[in-house]
Write a protein that binds this ligand. Structure first.
Ligand SMILES: Nc1ncnc2c1ncn2[C@@H]1O[C@H](COP(=O)(O)OP(=O)(O)O)[C@@H](O)[C@H]1O
Ligand SMILES: N[C@@H](CCOP(=O)(O)O)C(=O)O
Length: 319
């Protein structure tokens, strides 16, 4: 459960006084999530999400994240709309930390993933890439190669506690990524964390994309590679080629992929597995005492990384 910051009733009332959203009826901590403290806020006007931004969110990035959600919602993407206070501001402080209110989206994340979910999420990802085209604020990906190096350095001394030889394997992967990472593919605003918990479905359609707090400018095909990892492996670790094909076909139905993007998928997927393995490893080794959050398993992503290391080309993804 991701709630790092408790909220007193008096502090909540003072916070809400700056908005035109009615008065609080209930504030329910949300069980899912890892990064920020999230509450379902019920007011006399309806349901909202209250987010208090925690450790890995740089406050200077918040205008990008909130502005992006606003831009995407205005361009027809089903995503949370930040609520402005009476003074027009979307961002203020609660409990000494940055906080915002966004609209509540209906739907649920998929419990048992099917190829049809993968096809829909591929299409939604491509729509997000197209909708993001005119967004004017820029944000470099903090979790690209230099960020991976920093995490690797911070984990190096204890990585082998999690798997024997892991520190050396990470070093080797980072060197290979530095040599082989593509730089000339189409780029734009990417979600960068479009995992199944961040996609809601209702009535057989995608009803919402949430959690834009890793969004940044990067290669569009890298976002698809992140989804290949997040959506197309089974719980036992097996790669599901039918889901991968559906994901990529869904994407291509809305935005074509050029040959260079297709050819780069194995290295992009391998880099994406390394990125999530590193953040999970760091969190595993640096658990926050008292936080209601269950760290995610870094070894799941080590296995995915090794899978992509072994593939011979894009045919391994059913293409
Ligand atoms: N706009 C929203 N509408 C409905 N539920 C939401 C919304 N935003 C977040 N949630 C709920 O909160 C959970 C955690 O949100 P998320 O943004 O993924 O948190 P974190 O950034 O901490 O990972 C989601 O899984 C979902 O259940
Ligand atoms: N998706 C990441 C962790 C970030 O969690 P989220 O709740 O913000 O989606 C992972 O699985 O490592």
């Amino acid at each position: 459960m991701a709630v790092y910051t408790p909220v007193e009733r008096s502090a909540l009332d003072a916070f809400l006084a700056a908005y035109d959203v009615g008065t609080a009826i209930d504030l329910v901590p949300i069980q899912e999530g890892v990064e920020n403290s999230n509450y379902q806020l019920v007011t006399t006007f309806g349901r909202f999400i209250l987010t208090i931004y925690e450790k890995r969110v740089d406050p200077s990035d918040l205008p990008f994240f909130l502005g992006l959600m606003l831009h995407l919602a205005e361009h027809g993407l089903p995503c949370p709309l930040p609520v402005r206070g009476a003074d027009g501001t979307m961002l203020r402080e609660l409990g000494g930390k940055p906080a915002a209110i966004v609209t509540f989206l209906d739907g649920r994340s998929a419990r048992r993933l099917t190829s049809q979910h993968c096809r829909m999420v591929g299409a939604a990802l491509a729509s997000m890439h197209l909708a993001g085209q005119g967004f004017s604020i820029r944000r470099a990906n903090a979790l690209a190669l230099p960020g991976w190096r920093e995490l690797a350095t911070r984990c190096a001394a204890r990585a082998d506690e999690v798997a024997p030889g892991l520190a050396a394997e990470i070093e080797s992967e980072i060197s290979i990524m530095a040599e082989s990472w593509p730089h000339d593919l189409p780029a734009g605003v990417i979600h960068a964390d479009l995992f199944p918990d961040n996609v809601f479905f209702a009535g057989g359609r995608v009803s919402g994309l949430i959690d834009f707090y890793f969004a940044c400018d990067d290669l569009l095909a890298y976002d698809l590679a992140i989804c290949l990892n997040a959506w197309c492996f089974e719980l036992d670790g097996a790669f599901n080629i039918t889901k991968a094909r559906a994901l990529v076909e869904g994407y291509r139905a809305n935005r074509p992929l050029n040959d260079a993007e297709l050819g780069a998928l194995p290295i992009l997927a391998r880099g994406s597995a390394l990125r999530f393995m590193l953040t999970r490893l760091y969190d595993w080794l640096n658990q926050v005492e008292g936080a209601l959050v269950k760290p995610k398993d870094p070894l799941e992503y080590l296995k995915k990384l090794r899978f992509h290391r072994g593939v011979q080309g894009v045919t391994a993804y059913g293409l």
